[in-house]
Design a protein around this ligand. Structure first.
Ligand code: ATP
Ligand code: MG
Length: 241
């Protein structure tokens, strides 16, 4: 049964306008990425996919929203949850109101119905909502587990946009509660050392890295040279196990 929403998104208009503006090669890259992610989720036998990157501004939120849109185009019920309360951006990219959202549910000031925004028939958005002082503690709390459980009852895919791994601890907590975890690295921006630092942080906590998405790679296969960028092999902008 669908979650009733007291908020309204702009519906099809946003999706259509994004699609119309998006070059064919990018749409195709996202479709390839979707195929890989569906396989990752199927192997993980779960619905919750967390997306992060080592540092700021590497394309986490853009990628997360586009993945959510692309998955919803398969007529699967998808929700994207903005868990980056320090620098929320999903509401800006999707042109939505961020008055109440995820953090308001976690502090007990709102119910799920209060914060779910129907974006179109298959995609719902939960923005970050109120600024809080202690997001790590809130993500550690059982209230977040309960929220995820509720979402699992209603959706086929739950996409979590998260803060950068190397900057705040929230993502490591969120990753432990997710079924699959993928990292975005931005071609020409993410340093190998930054990726390695993030990867080691995951390893310490036994969090499996299920895939690496190369953002802005230009679509040609190959290797980056070590030193300047990183050396992860990619195909169609995405790499999954
Ligand atoms: N491949 C790309 N080519 C050009 N611009 C991009 C690309 N990917 C992302 N951007 C731009 O870079 C900026 C940062 O992207 P985005 O908000 O998705 O990153 P983020 O990792 O979520 O950042 P933050 O750490 O602040 O949450 C945005 O202005 C976005 O439009
Ligand atoms: Mg972001």
């Amino acid at each position: 049964m669908a979650i009733k929403s007291s908020k309204k998104g702009s519906g099809e208009k946003i999706i259509n306008s994004e699609l119309n503006k998006t070059p064919f090669a990018i749409v195709e890259s996202y479709k390839n990425l979707r195929t890989n992610l569906i396989s990752i989720m199927s192997k993980a036998d779960g619905k919750i996919l967390a997306i992060s990157s080592p540092n700021a501004a590497e394309g986490k939120s853009t990628t997360a929203l586009n993945i959510a849109i692309t998955l919803s185009q398969l007529n699967k019920k998808v929700v994207i949850l903005d868990t980056d309360s320090r620098k929320p951006s999903i509401h800006k990219k999707a042109k939505l109101n961020n008055e109440k959202g995820c953090m308001d549910v976690l502090i007990g000031d709102a119910s799920l119905e209060d914060v779910v925004i129907h974006y179109n028939n298959f995609l719902d958005v939960i923005t970050s909502g109120s600024k809080v002082k202690n997001p790590s503690e809130l993500f550690s709390d059982v209230t977040f587990d309960n929220l995820l459980e509720q979402l699992e009852e209603h959706y086929d895919f739950i996409i979590l946009d998260t803060p950068p791994i190397n900057i705040v601890s929230d993502t490591l907590i969120i990753a432990q509660k997710s079924d699959a975890f993928v990292m975005v690295i931005r071609a020409g921006v993410t340093k190998y050392e930054a990726f390695e630092y993030a990867y080691d942080s995951l390893k310490v906590l036994d969090i499996e890295l299920d895939g690496v998405i190369i953002n802005g790679s230009g679509g040609k296969g190959g290797y980056y040279s070590r030193g300047k960028y990183n050396y992860y092999r990619y195909s169609n902008n995405s790499y999954g196990k």
